[in-house]
Design a binder for this molecule. Structure first.
Ligand code: ME8
Length: 511
């Protein structure tokens, strides 16, 4: 039987500057979910990339004295370097200046224009270059006679220009019905009400999709004065990267049209584009919709949201050099619930590392292997438990695995990982209760306890592997097992033939 498919995407980030830890956060969450689905037996594809057109990029390239294409080429390489340093793999690096993408979007524009869903008009209103976004006057913040973006705070400029519009208003009722029939289309649910109140109840406005005052964009073939402006261009990357309307559509057919699950993970400020406009565009061209738009909160610092203009961004390369990639990924995935904004703190990062990875998990592993090596030169075999403490412990292993799967299936990554740490506490508590160091003379009992512990550690390692695959792999070698699998967690005899080699400290305590 062929595997179920899972396609997950991060936003394609603007190459108008370097990436910061906010971008690292999103990409870490995406990779963690992708790894989880692989563990569940899915055929998984992940996309990240760069969103390379628009006025802001054109201006940045001009400032740097570079042709925009050269400028974005350099930035895209920088992005790839960052993902490499973070040890994050992906299947598609999607770039909107890619020819195949541009041609595909042009074909779509022509189709929608013919259909009457794209029409020419005049845009008269406010625009944020920083956010590449038109903002309705009613939504803008007004201060001292000037207008500002309601979320980012960037100053808005008044523009009046000819533009082509996508007739979103035509699909307002369709969208409401779609959300009713697909209540998990946008997660968390609280976002749906915000979108309804802010954009739907006041009447969904048509979306401006072209501009005529700059040239760095996909040219509109139907009208030479216009280039497509970011969102129609950008959102389509999710399907053009799979080959939609290009020479090879096989991935598009497999992972999109006939795919099982499609998840776009995005920061909350761009949920509107993914949750409202994108399904409408897909409906208009007659394509299936993603399964879920997963919207997450921001990483903030004590001065509010991190942003280049506030000058409070934290450079990911510096913290990777200082702490290592997996610690950072573990901290983001486990201690920053997606439903909230979360403050980044190096102190919390260190405490997380010491308490979760070094003490709770790492020590447990090295202590257990050391006790086995001191007391046995044969495998410690599984014995069917009679003792209540043992029965409970083995049940806990299964229950925590089930909780983990359940939480991850609901995209609650931090709660899933919390369940792994709870299991670690139970296992450490089991050592305190059973006191294996007092059982040197009772080899049978000692062997049983150590086997139970090994099974618990294996379960923790398997679950942790979705976020710290490299360390989990080292642990797998120490545990001398072939692979990490969710099914094997319940097979308690897997260590019955296992002899252990030298152990090593996986997580040195941090000062
Ligand atoms: O919006 N906390 O690109 P972008 C958490 N090109 N996540 C953050 C963050 C923070 N402080 N700052 C940024 C764009 N992010 C468009 C997307 S998609 C078709 C086009 C993450 O470079 C978060 O995922 O401004 C956010 O949505 C994204 O980076 C914005 O990246």
């Amino acid at each position: 039987m062929s595997k179920k498919t899972f396609y997950i995407t991060t936003p394609i980030y603007y190459p108008s500057g370097s990436l910061h830890i906010g971008h690292v956060y999103t990409t870490t969450l995406a990779r963690t979910l992708a790894n989880f689905k692989i563990l569940c037996g899915y055929d998984v594809k992940m996309l990240t990339g760069s969103d390379e057109h628009g006025q802001k990029i054109e201006e940045k390239a001009n400032q740097a004295g570079l042709n925009p294409q050269i400028y974005v080429n350099e930035r895209a390489e920088e992005f790839k370097d960052l993902w490499k340093k973070l040890e994050i793999q992906y299947d598609y690096f999607s770039r909107t200046s890619n020819k195949a993408h541009m041609e595909s979007v042009s074909k779509q524009f022509a189709e929608l224009f013919k259909k009457g869903d794209i029409v020419k008009g005049t845009y008269n209103g406010l625009y944020s270059i920083q956010d590449e976004e038109f903002v309705a006057t009613a939504q803008a913040l007004k201060k001292d006679g000037k207008y500002y973006h309601p979320l980012s705070g960037h100053e808005l400029e008044s523009v009046e220009e000819e533009s082509y519009f996508f007739r979103m208003s035509k699909y307002s009722e369709w969208w409401k019905k779609y959300l009713k029939e697909n209540p998990n289309f946008i997660i968390p649910h609280k976002i749906v009400n915000e979108l309804k109140n802010n954009f739907i109840s006041k009447g969904l406005e048509d979306l401006s999709i072209t501009r005529s005052t700059f040239s760095w964009g996909i040219p509109v073939k139907e009208d030479k004065n216009h280039v497509m402006y970011v969102w129609l261009d950008a959102l389509n990357n999710y399907i053009t990267a799979l080959g939609y309307k290009t020479n090879d559509q096989s991935d598009f057919i497999k992972y999109w049209s006939n795919g099982d699950e499609i998840v776009h993970i995005v920061g909350k400020e761009i949920t509107r584009f993914h949750g409202i406009y994108w399904p409408i565009i897909l409906e208009s061209i007659g394509l299936r919709k993603p399964t879920t738009i997963l919207s997450h909160g921001w990483i903030i610092t004590s001065q509010g949201k991190m942003s280049k203009s506030k000058g409070n961004v934290i450079n990911p390369l510096k913290i990777i050099d200082k702490y290592g990639a997996e610690i950072i990924k573990y901290y983001f995935a486990s201690k920053m619930p997606i439903n909230n904004d979360n403050v980044f703190s190096e102190d919390i990062l260190k405490t997380t590392y010491n308490s979760d990875l070094s003490n709770n998990y790492g020590n447990l592993l090295s202590r257990t292997i050391a006790m086995i090596k001191q007391n046995f030169d044969k495998p410690v075999k599984h014995i069917k438990p009679i003792d209540k403490t043992d029965v409970e412990l083995l049940n806990e292993i299964i229950e925590h695995k089930n909780t983990f799967i359940n939480e991850l299936n609901n995209y609650q990554i931090s709660s899933g990982l919390e369940s792994v740490m709870q299991l670690g506490k139970k296992l450490n508590g089991y050592i305190d209760i059973t006191k294996p160091w007092t059982l040197k003379e009772n080899k049978e009992r000692l062997s049983q306890i150590l086997n139970n512990l090994l099974n618990g550690i294996y379960a923790m390692t398997t679950m942790l592997s979705i976020v710290i695959p490299k360390k989990a792999n080292q642990a797998l070698k120490i545990l001398n097992q072939k692979d990490l699998s969710l099914e094997k967690i319940e097979d308690f005899s897997k260590f019955d033939e296992t002899i252990f080699g030298e152990s090593e400290i996986l997580f040195e305590r941090m000062k």
